[in-house]
Design a protein around this ligand. Structure first.
Ligand SMILES: Nc1ncnc2c1ncn2[C@@H]1O[C@H](COP(=O)(O)OP(=O)(O)OP(=O)(O)O)[C@@H](O)[C@H]1O
Length: 234
């Protein structure tokens, strides 16, 4: 009955530099269903960024198979990977990566304007306002990013990641540049989005935030240490 968003089968990644081979990921098997909240944590160098890059089609695995919403995306050309990345994946980075010259509205609208079939201005406006409301930022549509706090900028980045209705949000240390209060607010927004059905996969060093996820993956030396654990809904 579950709707599979992401499936990795025996994914491996080997980096080869001069005479050195680094086995960054070994035999990774992950299934992420619609509505899951997955955290990935582990010590420095264990493979978190490598895994997130492959999940986000920013890098390709050395072996194994990767499916997004049932489509095999293991051996795509760069152009095909870019198209699937734009339509299926929303990214949230530690650095918010907003465009300073654009208003909040135009930053959030950007992924819609880059779609193969660009929606009408009315559709863009409706969707941007809907997403800004979800992150409690409807009152700042005309501001520029540098007129906002770090926490507010991250909430705008979340709205931008959501706007094209991706299959999954990939989140990399979302609170890394924030004080603890703003960080908690950003995590509250992610939790609320997940409660409303958004599928999330997040890399975090913070055990408090990893605990918010219903599937907690722990990586060590490129392998998943603990198999996914589904917590009973409280
Ligand atoms: N481009 C590369 N070339 C060679 N080795 C690499 C490359 N990228 C990563 N590695 C190696 O792969 C392993 C996993 O790296 P990765 O960046 O995924 O770890 P991480 O868990 O994200 O670390 P951190 O928490 O410090 O960011 C490390 O041993 C790293 O040195």
């Amino acid at each position: 009955m579950s709707d599979i968003k992401i499936q990795m089968k025996n994914i491996s990644k080997v980096f080869e530099t001069d005479e050195l081979e680094t086995h960054a990921l070994k035999n990774i098997n992950i299934t992420i269903n619609s509505g899951d909240y997955v955290s990935i944590s582990g010590p420095s160098g264990c493979g978190k960024s490598t895994l997130l890059s492959i999940l986000g089609l920013l890098d390709m695995p050395s072996g194994g198979e990767y499916f997004i919403e049932g489509t095999n995306v293991t051996d795509l050309s760069l152009d095909e990977a870019a198209e699937i990345r734009n339509s299926k994946i929303g990214f949230i980075f530690q650095s918010f990566n907003l465009i300073d010259e654009l208003s909040v509205f135009d930053n959030v609208a950007l992924p819609l304007r880059y779609k193969t079939k660009v929606p009408s201005e009315k559709e863009i406006s409706d969707r941007v306002h809907e997403c800004l409301e979800l992150v409690d930022m409807s009152h700042r549509t005309s501001h520029k990013p540098n007129q906002l706090s770090g926490g507010q900028q991250q909430r705008i980045a979340i709205a931008r990641a959501l706007v094209a209705n991706p299959a999954i949000l990939l989140v990399d240390e979302p609170t890394g540049n924030l004080d603890s209060k703003s960080g908690d607010q950003v995590m509250d927004v992610l939790e609320k989005l997940n409660e409303c059905g958004t599928t999330i996969c997040m890399v975090t060093h913070d055990p408090r935030y990893a605990d918010m996820a219903n599937i907690q993956l722990k990586l060590l030396d490129g392998s998943i240490l603990t198999t996914p654990e589904l917590q009973e809904a409280v």
